[in-house]
Design a binder for this molecule. Structure first.
Ligand SMILES: Nc1nc2c(ncn2[C@@H]2O[C@H](COP(=O)(O)OP(=O)(O)O)[C@@H](O)[C@H]2O)c(=O)[nH]1
Ligand SMILES: [Mg+2]
Length: 422
């Protein structure tokens, strides 16, 4: 029973650069030693909780982020690491794996960071593989592939701006013309008192505005307002009071304003003390002198006033900016302790398993799959190195225990091998 903003985004970290398999060359030295350097690391993708982001609207415009690949080593010159990407998301964004629905991270605190896609490690150059036995390795490692993640972002929306004003002042109209998107509304029970939400875009910023019909009338008549409804009202950082400059019943706009303000104060003193902006609406209907007179009387309250028309869109841009600046200011006074959480689950990476089927054996495990992807399978020495690594990890023994015999097919990641033939 809440307003959920959601977006799907594809995240791709960079692959590592290949290592070099080169040898030292010098005059008069017929054959120098191995000197191939390592490739550079691919770019990471990190999510950062930023309270200046209020909605997931940005992800509706851009659904894919890809970090650059690391560069490959050239001879004894190491490849350069790629630039990392930091993506700012609203505080409170919950990230799940779109494929299996598993929770990845809940970016609940301002300043929280999470490395969601790690860039691939650079491949080792042949210098790295040199030891007393293997004095001139003829192979280098390829860079590790990056990660690809289809992530689902979800955010419980709470309104930054609440609209108040007499019925017929133009609140609904204003909300519809000011908002660039309607958030998806999940399971909200139909009631005439349900708040209407809209996402407002101004410059690079987005914020949430809610029409709160009946906030005041409902409360003073003792109508129970839903918990969800009140949560929106209570989180408003600024109230936008819409005043009809030309009421159809010829009532006095300033008296109408005062009436709503008085009722608001009675409803909640705390809410009444919130920052306020006045929008004098329906200026398209009018005579400038009449508006001057109303403005003169409204000014005594000390709130910023904007003359607008929801019907012709007059004056909406300055109003949007004023709302955003008020939200920003309200956020400055919110205390928050930045917590940095640079986590990445490496432990899970090293887990592996072997599964047997009619067709053969499948080895799964992130670290092993990465190891294979980094191996130049056309190079006998590189394959031999891989075999010894797998043996050290215990994979070969496990295959033997499971009854693998020569000629059996073994899959690791995208690669197919013939057992004992490699
Ligand atoms: N001429 C004019 N009419 C407006 C303007 N804004 C709203 N209205 C009209 O005023 C009436 C009430 O508007 P509505 O948005 O439903 O008011 P609410 O009760 O505050 O939500 C509707 O007939 C609107 O078309 C405006 O800027 N100019
Ligand atoms: Mg309305």
């Amino acid at each position: 029973m809440s307003f959920i903003d959601e977006a799907n985004v594809r995240l791709i970290s960079g692959r590592g650069g290949d290592g070099a398999a080169t040898f030292h060359r010098e005059k008069h030295v017929p054959r120098g030693g191995p000197n191939g350097a390592d490739g550079g690391r691919g770019g990471h993708i990190t999510l950062l909780a930023d309270r200046n982001k209020r909605t997931l609207y940005d992800f509706k415009l851009r659904a894919e982020y890809k970090a650059d690949d690391g560069s490959k080593a050239v001879g004894n010159k190491a490849g350069k690491d790629a630039k990392d990407i930091t993506i700012r998301v609203p505080v409170g964004t919950v990230v799940t794996d779109a494929q299996d629905g598993e929770l990845i991270v809940d970016l609940a605190v301002e300043g929280m960071q999470y490395v969601i896609c790690k860039g691939g490690r650079g491949g080792r150059g042949n210098l790295y593989f040199t030891n007393s036995v293997r004095q001139s390795p003829q192979f280098a490692q390829m860079g590790a592939p990056g990660d690809l993640l289809d992530a689902k972002l979800e955010l419980k929306l709470l309104a930054d701006v609440g609209l108040i004003g007499l019925p017929n002042a133009g609140k609904s109209t204003l909300l519809s013309v000011m908002s660039s998107a309607k958030p998806k509304i999940a399971d909200y029970p139909f009631t005439t008192l349900s708040p209407q939400l809209g996402v407002v875009t101004v410059g690079d910023h987005t914020f949430v505005m809610a029409d709160l019909p009946g906030l005041i009338e409902g409360a003073s008549e003792g109508i129970g307002l839903g918990h969800e409804f009140l949560r929106h009202a209570e989180r408003n950082k600024v109230l936008l009071h819409v005043v009809d400059a030309y009421p159809i019943d010829d009532s006095d706009p300033v008296k109408n304003f005062e009436m709503i303000e008085a009722e608001l104060k009675q409803y909640s003193e705390e809410m009444w003390e919130r920052p306020r902006i006045i929008a004098l609406n329906k200026s398209d209907m009018g005579i400038p002198e009449a508006e001057e007179e109303i403005l003169g009387r409204l000014e005594q309250y000390g709130y910023p006033i904007f003359v607008i028309s929801a019907a012709t869109n007059q004056g909406l841009d300055p109003l949007k900016w004023a709302l955003w600046q008020t939200i920003e200011k309200a956020m400055e006074s919110e205390s928050s302790v930045p917590i940095l959480v640079p986590t990445y689950k490496n432990e899970e990476d090293s887990l592996w398993d072997v599964e047997q089927s009619e067709e053969g054996f499948t080895i799964t495990g992130k670290r092993i799959e990465r190891l294979v992807a980094m191996t130049n399978l056309d190079n006998r020495d590189a394959v031999h190195y891989l075999y010894r690594k797998l043996k050290r990890i215990g994979v070969i023994e496990k295959l033997e225990d499971m009854g693998a015999v020569e000629g059996d097919t073994v899959w690791i990641g995208d690669f197919e091998f013939s057992y004992a033939g490699w």
